[in-house]
Ligand binder design. Structure first.
Ligand SMILES: Cc1cc2nc3c(=O)[nH]c(=O)nc-3n(C[C@H](O)[C@H](O)[C@H](O)COP(=O)(O)O)c2cc1C
Length: 383
């Protein structure tokens, strides 16, 4: 199997895309994307934690042919790396979510669309009618807003709902607060997925728009009852995003959820939580007797990160910021999907390379014993 690590430009890894994006984006837009809550300990931890796991390769296996195919909630994708929901993609590129959707479609992988995307679900579905999309929703104060968004996503052919459960209020994003007023004066965006003709709802949506542009909270009274409510009326599977403990995972299962995303919201909500990669094992263990699929996001930047997450029990991983960097780095500015395609291709090829070096030819070959925490090497001479 040929490795294809060639790239049209000199951006050869995902971190290169961030460095380049930083030079191309308006400063305040870069800050909006890159930074997190409070002291940003969780952002750092998300990356650092991956480096504390060690790989234990199998050797002398024929790895000349490798198959990265998998499924998420029964839907086939070509490799186990999808796209997390990120708001306001038009800050990075004028095509925003449409560019991301085209790149994800071309790569044959999953895109989760943010409720606060700057493109409507119908437009995304029209441009990429056969692609795999999931819709991220919040339980808004006015449930009718959530319900209408669910109906629109279902009608547009979206295959699952992703309900974000780590944001009853918005995290204290200090770096963003420092530049927010300037950024808002420069440009403020609308959120087509939340728009409505109903005047009463429109007033509420207007409030949400204002809040989201100002980045205030959503609904501080949401409970597991709301997940049951969502599951009760939706016609497509429900995934909860933002679980970091076995206890929360065990509470999710009886609500009938179909999937869990182990996520720290990219360090933008509660600071000082564990890195998702460290929380993954306890969540996987907690739901092992159910059919719930577990995915993880946060700090995934390399093929070895992907391998570690899969070995620790994730069905697939998701990328947040690297997609935004890809959008921002699009070389031509004509066709935003190029940058995202490059990001997806680089990490896919790195993962394929890791598979080869680990002696694996399919995802079924990846075993938990192939990844150990570095502390095992520090404390024991015999593993
Ligand atoms: C700019 C930005 C906007 C985001 N918007 C949302 C959102 O609208 N809904 C949501 O559930 N998560 C949102 N997230 C969190 C991501 O879905 C994801 O959990 C996180 O970015 C993963 O970490 P990574 O950026 O290190 O890959 C956002 C993250 C960023 C960086």
């Amino acid at each position: 199997m040929e490795l294809n690590l060639e790239c049209e430009c000199n951006l050869i890894c995902l971190d290169d895309f961030e460095s380049e994006a930083k030079t191309r984006l308006q400063y305040s837009d870069y800050i909006y994307y890159a930074t997190g809550a409070d002291d940003q300990q969780t952002i750092q931890e998300c990356r650092a934690a991956f480096k504390r796991y060690r790989l234990r390769p199998r050797i002398l296996r024929d790895v000349s042919s490798r198959n990265l195919d998998t499924t998420v909630l029964g839907q086939p994708i070509s490799f186990p790396i999808g796209i997390s929901p990120t708001a306001l993609q038009k800050r990075a590129h004028h095509e925003g979510e449409l560019a991301t959707a085209k790149a994800a479609d071309k790569a044959n992988t999953l895109m989760i669309v943010s409720s606060h995307s700057t493109t409507g679900v119908e437009d995304i579905a029209t441009v990429t009618p056969n692609a795999l999309h999931w819709m991220q929703v919040h339980i808004f104060n006015v449930r009718a807003i959530t319900e209408r968004l669910v109906r629109r996503a279902e009608k547009a052919g979206f295959k699952a709902l992703v309900v974000t459960v780590d944001s009853p209020v918005l995290g204290n994003r200090m770096e963003w607060r420092r530049v927010r007023d300037y950024a808002m004066k420069r440009i403020s965006f609308r959120f087509p997925n939340l728009e409505t003709d109903d005047p009463e709802e429109a007033t509420n949506v207007e409030k949400i728009n204002k809040k989201a542009n100002n980045l205030s909270g959503f609904n501080d009274s949401e409970t597991w009852e709301d997940i049951r409510w969502l599951k009760g009326f939706s016609h497509i599977p429900v995934v909860v995003k933002g679980v970091l403990t076995a206890k929360a995972a065990k509470e999710a299962v009886p609500c009938g959820v179909d999937g869990i995303i182990v996520s720290a919201h990219g360090g933008r909500q509660l600071d000082c939580v564990p890195a998702p990669i460290d929380a993954l094992s306890e969540v996987v263990y907690a739901v092992k007797d159910s059919d719930v699929e577990v995915y993880v996001d946060g700090g995934i930047r390399t093929g070895t990160d992907v391998f570690k997450a899969l070995a620790l029990g994730a069905k697939a991983v998701l990328l947040g910021r690297p997609i935004l960097w890809g959008l921002a780095c699009d070389v031509s500015w004509q066709n935003g999907e190029n940058g995202v395609s490059q990001v997806l291709n680089i990490i896919k090829e790195e993962f394929s390379l890791t598979m080869a070096l680990m002696g694996c030819t399919s995802l079924a070959d990846i075993e938990p014993s192939m990844v150990v925490h570095e502390s095992k090497y520090l404390t024991s001479s015999r593993l």
